[in-house]
Design a binder for this molecule. Structure first.
Ligand code: UDP
Length: 226
């Protein structure tokens, strides 16, 4: 009998972290472990942490009643390309959610999100598609987060913050709260370096670092090399 096939796209670092979370989630739904595979276009090995690794072409060729996938790759541009491909092929996105993650009231999360252990989304939050929240990250009240946003571990995103599409926030960064009706805004494609403390709006496409966070320029790079 054909049954559903589940995939973790990306058999590298993040994929291996997502694996135990999804394994647990599927076992709670009574789905056998052998229906879960890694999907990787350059398989690092035939088996990784006990799970088969197959290419996307092989994944599509395996017999299955339906296909479900999580895009476990931190690079958001790659996630966007893979998501478009999966939509064309009728592959559905899994909402991966660790048992000990917390979601409070009136939170809407788009398809394909990955909420890893110890993530908290508090109240009245909107999040777009393919969001990654790595371990110990939180999003506080009244935040609005776009599509393909990536949080590294322990990101502290305080209340009334708007984060546009394809923003990457590095490990341990702190985003100061905005105000109701005047949110702190992080522009599309911006990168917040690990450990940065963001106290004001960040323009589109720039990288900021430090405390308080400032824009990384050629001059700041030159000084950091002295
Ligand atoms: N990958 C893939 N197809 C793509 C791009 C990447 O299968 O179009 C795989 C790649 O072979 C690698 C993984 O995704 O195994 C990405 O690993 P990386 O360490 O760059 O990302 P991370 O796990 O840190 O998010």
């Amino acid at each position: 009998m054909m049954s559903e096939l589940y995939g973790i796209y990306g058999a590298s670092g993040f994929g291996r972290e997502v694996l135990p979370v999804l394994r647990e989630q599927l076992s709670q739904q009574g789905i056998p472990e052998d229906r879960l595979v890694f999907v990787d276009d350059s398989p690092p090995a035939p088996i990784v942490n006990g799970q088969r690794v197959i290419t996307y072409t092989e994944y599509l060729a395996e017999s299955a009643s339906s296909r479900h996938i999580t895009l476990a790759i931190a690079n958001s541009e790659i996630r966007a390309l893979l998501a478009a491909k999966c939509v064309i092929d009728g592959v559905q996105f899994i909402h991966v959610r660790a048992n000990n993650s917390v979601i409070m009231d009136d939170v809407i999360v788009g398809e394909g999100a990955v909420l890893t252990p110890f993530v908290t989304l508090t109240s009245n939050i909107r999040i777009g598609c393919q969001f990654h929240a790595n371990i110990y990250s939180y999003v506080a009240h009244d935040c609005v987060i776009g599509d393909f946003v990536t949080f590294a571990p322990a990101v502290k995103c305080n209340g009334n913050v708007v984060i546009e599409n394809h923003v990457y926030i590095g490990t341990g960064a702190i985003i100061r709260h905005g105000r109701s009706g005047k949110p702190l805004r992080i522009g599309k494609g911006a990168v917040i370096a690990a450990g940065a403390v963001v106290t004001k709006n960040v323009p589109e496409g720039v990288t900021v670092f430090g405390n308080p966070a400032t824009i990384l320029s050629k001059e700041s790079l030159r000084r950091s090399k002295l």
